[in-house]
Design a protein around this ligand. Structure first.
Ligand code: ATP
Ligand code: MG
Length: 413
């Protein structure tokens, strides 16, 4: 991508009306644009990051055998009336409105009401179980507070997975595999998420949240400083300083961002929609369900909260919009030709490069932008670098001069 042709430009200043770090940096660098509180456009750079996160999530869900589908975001009232959730939480969470003829609709904020009756079409016998499906889609929630950028959207990206089982033991087995898959997702996104017990609803004592500890988190967790066992404060019978029940150490209180949440739903929704199967003895039995959420857009915000410095973003290479930011310095035709050749070579080698080929922009401005955008490597071609390229990792103080073939190998590694 040539920066001279890029749709976006960086802003001189962060936005005045965004208190959170992720929103300030993402807006200033041209990754996102705020339409209204909690409603964001993903600009070309931001969309690349979001899609890479979504792809990591997709790969890990496929790895546990789940199948991808896409359900509608626009829902008629009826299935929500069936579970009572049209009324409660109703409009406190769901955007609801009337269409022609007085028909009531709402925007999906979760999809149990859609997937459970849908599963009735295909699940009849014990032979049809277990099975799991997921989607990656925008959800809509009437969030009262939306001041934390991508961390709390009114429209936001969610991966929601639903699993269907013969019994609680089979659900438990899948639930553990989902936990492992979630750990891999957050590891690959370079955020360390703490598995945290939270209130579980009617079917299980606990659900599990994945919490990223940062000073900007909206949740409070108690985490054992020894073994790492953690509970969300909202459910917890513990207090900071209490002894951990699993080891000899104590709980500390921390702020955290919930990036994922998994639930044993049991038969709550299968009962409501009469989702049953015939077991080996010909008995009609309710299907046991689990649900598993991750917010890719919230993950993107959390990565920005964690991976930045005073100069701008510092994307982990797994989610960065480009592998390398190639910067051409000076007006010299020889330098521009050389930079062009480097850009070609990178592109031909399958390295994703953002090429700062802008004319009339100073070296200072280019370096400032490179730091703000936060691409993992910066490669500079200038009169000074001669036939070599000056390569520097974002955040590092030292650069090294490399010939072209070494440059590609180093960025790839
Ligand atoms: P929270 O407690 O933060 O309001 P939740 O418990 O209501 O979230 P779930 O319904 O479990 O969230 O949603 C699954 C995942 O979707 C969450 O773990 C989070 O990553 C993401 N998510 C939920 N609400 C939002 C939101 N308003 N903006 C961005 N991501 C969200
Ligand atoms: Mg939650």
């Amino acid at each position: 991508m040539r920066q001279s042709q890029m749709f976006t430009k960086t802003d001189r200043e962060p936005p005045a009306d965004e208190p959170s770090i992720n929103a300030r940096l993402l807006q200033q660098a041209g990754y996102t644009d705020k339409l209204a509180a909690g409603i964001y456009t993903y600009l070309p750079l931001g969309l690349r990051v979001l899609q890479r996160i979504q792809q990591i999530v997709r790969e890990e869900m496929l790895s546990v055998g789940a199948q991808e589908l896409l359900m509608p975001a626009l829902h008629p009232r009826e299935p929500w009336a069936t579970t009572g959730r049209w009324q409660d939480p109703g409009p406190a969470v769901m955007f609801q409105f009337e269409a022609h003829g007085g028909q009531a609709y709402g925007l999906g904020w979760t999809h149990e009401e859609i997937i459970t009756p849908l599963a009735r079409r295909f699940i009849h016998s014990y032979r049809d179980l277990p099975v799991a499906v997921f989607q990656i889609q925008d959800k809509f929630r009437n969030e009262p507070r939306a001041k934390s950028g991508l961390l709390r959207g009114r429209e936001f990206s969610m991966k929601d997975m639903y699993s269907f089982h013969r019994d609680a033991a089979d659900l438990d087995e899948f639930y553990q595999r989902a936990i492992s898959a979630y750990r891999r997702v957050f590891e690959r996104c370079a955020i360390s998420a703490v598995l945290t017990e939270a209130s579980g609803g009617a079917f299980a004592k606990y659900s599990h949240e994945f919490q990223v500890v940062t000073p900007y988190g909206e949740d409070i967790i108690f985490r054992c400083c020894g073994c790492g066992y953690a509970q969300n404060r909202e459910v917890s019978q513990y207090a900071a300083g209490d002894p951990c029940p699993k080891c000899e150490k104590t709980f500390v209180e921390e702020k955290a961002i919930e990036v994922g949440n998994i639930f044993r739903l049991g038969t709550r929704f299968s009962d409501a929609f009469h989702l049953t199967y015939l077991d080996e003895r010909g008995q009609t039995v309710p299907v046991v369900m689990g649900c598993y959420g991750i917010g890719p857009s919230r993950v993107m915000g959390a990565i920005a909260e964690i991976h930045h410095d005073e100069h701008g973003l510092r994307w982990p290479s797994s989610v960065a919009p480009f592998d390398v930011h190639l910067v051409a310095l000076g007006k010299d035709q020889a330098v521009m030709d050389r930079a062009e050749a480097v850009y070609q070579k990178l592109t031909d080698s399958g390295v994703a490069a953002l090429y700062d080929d802008r004319q009339g922009t100073t070296a200072g401005e280019k370096f400032h932008d490179a730091d703000l955008l936060g691409i993992p490597w910066r490669a500079v071609v200038s009169a000074k670098s001669g036939m070599a390229v000056e390569l520097k990792a974002r955040g590092s103080k030292t650069a090294e001069l490399l010939p072209l073939d070494k440059l590609v190998a180093k960025i790839r590694a």
